[in-house]
Design a binder for this molecule. Structure first.
Ligand SMILES: CC(C)(COP(=O)(O)OP(=O)(O)OC[C@H]1O[C@@H](n2cnc3c(N)ncnc32)[C@H](O)[C@@H]1OP(=O)(O)O)[C@@H](O)C(=O)NCCC(=O)NCCS
Length: 371
């Protein structure tokens, strides 16, 4: 069996950033306008008044302070409340591809690999830009990579599931080096008029080079992978081409991201903590031998709770489980890789866990060791 490594990773995120104050200010102005315009209906009980959002709630409930987004102006425009993005069009590069190329070039530089050395491209994302041709094949074409490319969707675990597929392809002899790309352009799928959802997501992209016997300075050996899924309706996006022809067709705003956040919190924290504990145990690694837990970035309290359940104490330094969520918000499947990329300056032999979890439910935990 060869050693298979995460040879390098790269990130891309938009320059534009929205603070909680800016977001709440827009949201509350929207609420004021809605309630004023619907005053008589609210008074006769036929319309429910909208409630105000608050910076304090957002920071306390989620740990999010800001998010980077593809279009700040559109999201903060109370007559629009969504980013201005473009449709997919033949002859124009997909925004997912553009983001993917930037993160990929960064990852390839860190891994010290050229396009000729790459045998395949796997795109894993929670929201694909289109059904076909695959985004991965467009990235493959733009970067002059030979071999094969395909897209896959596993909600918030798409990034780690894609790394797992790359590992399996290499282990089976199909490839020696795979580029994994994870564009998460989330804000077009968010209903910014919903108080419970408007603060959650940001946009970003990560890429990683998975390689047999990497010589990269930044390489981490993949020691073990553990995947788990369990069906739940607690996080859903019903957006689909079926709506166009559906006999029960609805306004597509109603088909976007929706979750029972409290339910997710209660189900997923114990699930992930016991999965990682079992995995460490199987690999004869004690929890206190793990230098970093690079966990999915959905909620700061969840990250802290899962870490404390694994370590068996809540007395641990904050930097064991880095939280880029504060600056970037929830980046769907790339949250754990943002945490990894920004905080992986470890010594040879140090071990860490990269773990995503979310819609499905889906969980993928990868134990790595710095070489
Ligand atoms: C979404 C999340 C931050 C909400 O936090 P929470 O503590 O569960 O909050 P709740 O939804 O129970 O709401 C608590 C109260 O705050 C109110 N509230 C909701 N949004 C609010 C806002 N923006 N501003 C002010 N109050 C708000 C609710 O109406 C509720 O009021 P009530 O108690 O009077 O009914 C949290 O549940 C979470 O992150 N869950 C995990 C989600 C997850 O992992 N998803 C994966 C997706 S990738």
């Amino acid at each position: 069996m060869h050693n298979i490594h995460i040879a390098g990773t790269g990130l891309w995120y938009p320059e534009e950033k929205i603070t909680n104050e800016e977001l709440v200010n827009t949201y509350n102005t929207y609420v004021e306008k809605f309630n004023t315009e619907n005053k008589s209906k609210i008074n006769d009980g036929s319309v429910i008044p909208m409630e105000y959002s608050s910076v304090e709630f957002i920071e306390k409930a989620s740990g999010i302070k800001s998010r980077h987004v593809v279009d700040k102006e559109g999201i903060l425009d109370i007559n629009r409340m969504m980013p201005r993005v473009q449709n997919e069009l033949e002859g124009r590069m997909s925004a997912h591809v553009e983001a993917g190329i930037k993160a990929s070039l960064d990852a390839m530089k860190q891994a010290n690999v050229t396009p000729e050395q790459i045998d395949g491209v796997i795109v894993g994302t929670s929201h694909s830009a289109r059904n076909y041709p695959a985004i991965a094949i467009e990235i493959q074409n733009e970067l002059n990579i030979k071999g094969y490319a395909y897209d896959m969707l596993v909600g918030c675990s798409s990034t780690t599931f894609a790394i797992n597929n790359a590992f399996s392809d290499i282990a089976s002899g199909l490839a020696e080096t795979i580029l994994v790309v994870n564009p998460e352009i989330n804000t077009p799928g968010v209903d910014f008029t919903r108080r419970d959802n408007h603060f959650i997501f940001g946009d970003g992209c990560a890429a990683s080079v998975i390689q047999k016997n990497s010589k990269s300075q930044k390489a981490f050996k993949i020691l073990d992978r553990k995947l788990y899924t369990q069906f739940s309706n607690n996080i859903r996006s019903n957006f689909s081409y079926l709506n166009r022809a559906a006999v029960d067709r609805v306004n597509e705003d109603k088909l976007m991201f929706n979750q029972n956040g409290r339910g997710v919190f209660k189900d997923v924290c114990p699930l992930v903590a016991s999965l990682i504990k079992e995995q460490l145990n199987k690999n004869n690694i004690l929890p206190n031998q793990i230098s970093k837990f690079w966990l999915h970035q959905a909620n700061g309290k969840m990250i802290r709770l899962i870490t404390s359940k694994i370590l068996g104490t809540d007395d641990f330094p904050d930097d064991i489980s880095p939280m880029p969520i504060a600056q970037f918000g929830n980046l769907a499947s790339v949250g754990s890789l943002f945490a990894f990329n920004l905080n992986n300056d470890l010594n040879k032999g140090d071990k860490g866990v990269i773990c995503s979890f979310g819609a499905g439910y889906s969980v993928c935990s990868i134990i790595v060791e710095k070489i």
